[in-house]
Design a binder for this molecule. Sequence first.
Ligand SMILES: Nc1ncnc2c1ncn2[C@@H]1O[C@H](COP(=O)(O)OP(=O)(O)OP(=O)(O)O)[C@@H](O)[C@H]1O
Ligand SMILES: [Mg+2]
Length: 276
Amino acid sequence: MTAIGAGPPADVPAVRCTGLRQAFGDTVAVDGIDLEVRPGEVFGLLGPNGAGKTTTIRMITTLLPAPPGAIEVFGIDVARRRSAVRRLLGYVPQQLSADGTLSGRENVALFARLFDVPRRDRDAQVDAVLTAVDLLDVADRQVKTYSGGMVRRLELAQALVSAPRVLVLDEPTVGLDPVARDGVWDRITDIRLATGMTVLVTTHAMQEADAQCDRIALMHRGRVQALGTPADLRGALGPDATLDDVFRHHTGDTLADRSGGLRDVRAARRTAGRLG
Ligand SMILES: Nc1ncnc2c1ncn2[C@@H]1O[C@H](COP(=O)(O)OP(=O)(O)OP(=O)(O)O)[C@@H](O)[C@H]1O
Ligand SMILES: [Mg+2]
């Protein structure tokens, strides 16, 4: 991976979590996580529904408060210097975030303003990211006329418009067909090669994680159960093991083994129903 340009020395982790914890009432969503994401790598956070992946990501991206010392992004404490950290981050949330009544271009332009892209660069930067995700032709259509895959690509453009040092993606390819999924990753790879951007991603697609991630942390019940390269994790189970096998091995292979698994799926369905 190419070195990061001006900035902190290369041995400062892109993201460092130390004893990270988050509870919602009696539910301990994140239960003491220690992690280091290296500059320039693609780091996968995997684990079953309710494992605590999104909660971890929301704390890293400053959307949930973290205590001082628990999270640093390129050496900057998220709790103490929230805006400085936000300027380093791009984020594609798990829930869809684009505004359907605005055009694609308007949505991306909004993010360019939010993330302090200098005014003189904004139009060019918005066009550049829309081109990168192949949406320039439809950029002036209302987003409610886009397909699911187009919306996901638009959200990637939103996250990329401020040229982030760390791109955080929460299930970026869910609902995409295999060609569209590869397209998203091709674009991310192009940008990584050009800029040295670090990527932190969650996914339930094990093949995708195997192909795209340099290293993986497998979370279960708020804890990191296993950490390593996909090859190391597979190799530790046996010569023919797949990442699916690794996932089952570390998380229990039936839903009954997982506290909250089914409950979370039911809760997610209820929420989806309410949102229509
Ligand atoms: N705002 C909240 N209020 C109460 N409980 C929450 C909240 N957010 C998350 N939780 C709970 O915390 C736990 C972890 O949830 P989280 O969304 O982090 O899981 P996840 O690993 O991202 O799961 P998925 O793969 O389904 O997206 C779950 O038990 C969930 O119900
Ligand atoms: Mg999640």
